[in-house]
Design a protein around this ligand. Sequence first.
Ligand code: PMV
Length: 318
Amino acid sequence: MKAGASAPGKVILFGEHFVVKGIPALAMAVNLRAEALVEEDQKGCYRVESSVEKGELCGDDPRPEPGAQAYAYLARRAGLKGASIALSSRIPPGAGLGSSAATSAAVAGASLFLVGRRGRELKEEARQLAMEGERVFHGKPSGVDVTVAVEGGLVAYRLPTDYRVLPPPRLEGGVLLLADTGVPRSTREAVMRVLERLERRKPVMETVYEAASVLTREAEKALTEGDLAAVGELMDIAQGLLSSIGVSFPQAEALIHEARRRGALGAKITGAGLGGSVIVLVEEDRAPVVEQALLAKGAVRVLRLSPEPRGLVVEGPL
Ligand code: PMV
């Protein structure tokens, strides 16, 4: 039997890093999806293939390597006796858009369908299982990426695992851009650096964390009310906080300042930082000018992101 599933990428709007220490984060599913087609067999091996990678896990191999093997591992953990898994994705990897989380959610969703899970139970188990995939990739992820991949929409996420699915953010009249600096990043390393600074400079850093908590609250209000000017200003403040915890970097700063100079409403790093992408909020009529300016300033790609209401979608049997 075969099943297919797809799940969206995400962008963290507010609260990255602070979420690791229990502050709520706001993340939005975006209109780029990853897909998995899983065909069950009884051969004891789990083969993964996409246009960019291949991998296999057989028998009781211990922990998988990050990459294709991690997805194979999810099919085994779901309880399949063997499978071939075909992957495809429109989410660019390494840009902070949660491509591995979306792929893990899709593989988990299709595999769980094949072992008989349905509805809410399937979604909850897919979230747990996709978290296991993310642990292979990132060590100790907060879970915000997989939660958005499974639920879609706008998610307010808080550790341990308390989250609310909010109505999609109201961005009418505005455009949310993602500009990729092309600088490679390691989420694991960035998280470690932030936690080290937190320990070293505890009294002052604690006030930064408190500010981040108030900021997320205000941002939720601004996003649900569609107050674009407020969202933009709060993004600028968030960038200041990210800079003070040590995850800003020159290429991001250059893009952020250029966007502001060209009239953007606000701009900040998204995700782990020290590499990766920035997000920019801009009024619709200014968007083409800002897009061009970001490319001229060295962005390797600029994407227009729109909110995606659908989370994990499973289709089967095929
Ligand atoms: O680099 P990304 O987009 O996967 O986001 C990492 C977000 C952090 O808050 C820094 C880490 C986490 O696990 O939430």
